[in-house]
Design a protein around this ligand. Structure first.
Ligand code: GUN
Ligand code: ZN
Length: 451
């Protein structure tokens, strides 16, 4: 592609507790999609010299000027979602997790047996996530090998950065929706790895991810086999559901009485390490928190799903952050009714308020800036991609959103900016009232990808 350049406001997280709101930034993105220059406080008359310093001809070089109220921010990272649940979002609230899987979800996911259905639905899904500004997604596929390879192809074609997993599951699901044997399940995972390797050598954009649905769905031999794949491929991430619901923890205990905790279980099968993305993490014991911190596992915090299944469940995110555990946000699209990270951020804020009340202030609520960190750099850390994405550090890839706000002359309901608003206020308004209509452009590695 062509190099890109911007002049205007940029907002990003340097760390969990350092949000930077920078005005008059000059941002130059090289042909390789990486941020070549980033400098704040640049006046319009200095742009030409910066352009030529970076080896381009001034005057003719196109620089995009963002108007007041508009800004760039890093693309959102969705650390946990289910692509084959795209068409079932919103269905089956208020029932228990295991009932929801058996009565609603498996029947939907089973449709991905049909490759034509998979192509259409996954095209809609990936386009939908891009529209929401999700530049990186960690996807659970269905248990079908072919449909999951199709999902990887679509992410690659549409230019979304993605971790794509064939969902391994060979028990506690109906015959018509599960892997028929351990060897078939493992073979499909191997095939996905091969397929993505050919599609995107070096896994620049799309990466396979080892995806045992959860221990309830997997016989010990299957978990063993997946642990062996994890050992064989130390570059591949791993994802599973972890301590999501009381009912799930109890059933897991019955199936694996030899383990004290889920951390014990997954670690024993070599599935718990610095590459693990653990969805939900509601009911961790002290010992498990210590373990996942030591091992460097990441938490995919999915507050929408956690508060709309049967109970209102709260992951103690403040405690995780205090302990130095990596945390990102997940829509859990399917289990969560929304595929918007902006919605997940607001819900993270709400549940953290509830946790503050519940702990009588020992776990202070998250600030909106912290929620934004979780949605960007935090998510990148959880996905093991923070050396490449998550903020606007020079040398990282330009995964970014161009946010357009409205004013009284451009009427609309979302993110309305008034003359006197400071950029801090505008940013707060965007987080609380903005939606995908404010996400005017979406870039992944410098490529414009929003349809
Ligand atoms: N646990 C096992 N499968 C699932 C799923 O599809 N969604 C959620 N939220 N939890 C799960
Ligand atoms: Zn999930």
């Amino acid at each position: 592609g062509l190099p890109l350049a911007f002049h205007g406001t940029a907002i990003h997280a340097k760390s969990a507790d350092e949000l930077q709101i920078l005005e008059n930034c000059f941002i130059l993105v090289g042909k390789d999609g990486k941020i070549q220059a980033f400098q704040a406080g640049v006046e319009p008359d200095q742009i030409n010299s910066l352009v030529s310093e970076n080896g381009y001809a001034p005057d003719v070089f196109p620089v995009k000027h963002l108007k007041r109220g508009d800004f760039l921010c890093p693309g959102f990272v969705d650390t946990h979602n289910h692509a084959p649940q795209w068409a079932q979002r919103g269905v089956g609230r208020g029932i228990s997790l295991l009932d929801w899987l058996n009565k609603v979800t498996f029947a939907h996911e089973a449709k991905f047996e049909d490759p034509e259905y998979a192509k259409r639905t996954y095209a809609s899904c990936v386009a939908g996530f891009l529209q929401q500004g999700i530049t990186t997604a960690s996807y659970y596929g269905s248990h079908h090998g072919e449909a999951t390879r199709i999902l990887a192809d679509i992410c690659f074609e549409k230019g979304q950065r993605a971790l794509v997993g064939k969902c391994n599951m060979n028990r506690n699901a109906p015959d018509w929706y599960r892997d028929s044997s351990v060897s078939e399940s493992l073979r499909e995972t191997h095939e996905l790895i091969q397929h993505v390797h050919q599609l995107d050598p070096g896994f620049q954009l799309v990466k396979p991810i080892i995806t045992p649905r959860f221990a309830i769905s997997c016989e010990p031999e299957l978990l063993d086999g997946l642990g062996a794949i994890a050992r064989e491929h130390p570059d591949l991430p791993i994802q599973t559901h972890f301590n999501e619901a009381k009912q799930e923890i109890e059933f897991t205990n019955q199936l694996f009485p030899e383990f004290q905790t889920e951390a014990d279980l997954y670690q024993k099968f070599n599935l718990l390490n610095g590459r693990s993305i653990l969805a939900h993490c509601i009911f961790l014991q002290e010992e498990e928190m210590r373990r996942i911190q030591e091992l460097g596992c990441g938490v995919a915090h999915c507050p929408i799903a956690n508060t709309t299944m049967q109970e209102f469940m709260i992951a103690p995110v403040r405690e995780y952050l205090r302990r130095g555990i990596k945390v990102g946000l997940g829509t859990d699209s399917g289990g969560g009714y929304s595929s918007s990270i902006l919605d997940a951020m607001k819900q993270a804020f709400i549940v953290s308020n509830a946790q503050q009340t519940k702990t009588e202030g020992r776990d202070p609520a998250l600030s909106l800036s912290e929620c934004f960190f979780l949605a960007t750099l935090g998510g990148a850390q959880v996905c093991g991609l923070d050396d490449r994405i998550g903020n606007f550090a020079v040398g990282k890839e330009f995964d970014a959103l161009e946010i357009h706000t409205l004013d009284l002359d451009r009427p609309g309901v979302m993110c309305l900016v008034e003359e006197e608003d400071t950029i801090d206020v505008i940013f707060e308004k965007f987080l609380m009232t903005g939606d995908d209509r404010n996400i005017a452009r979406v870039y992944v590695s410098g490529r414009s990808v929003k349809a």
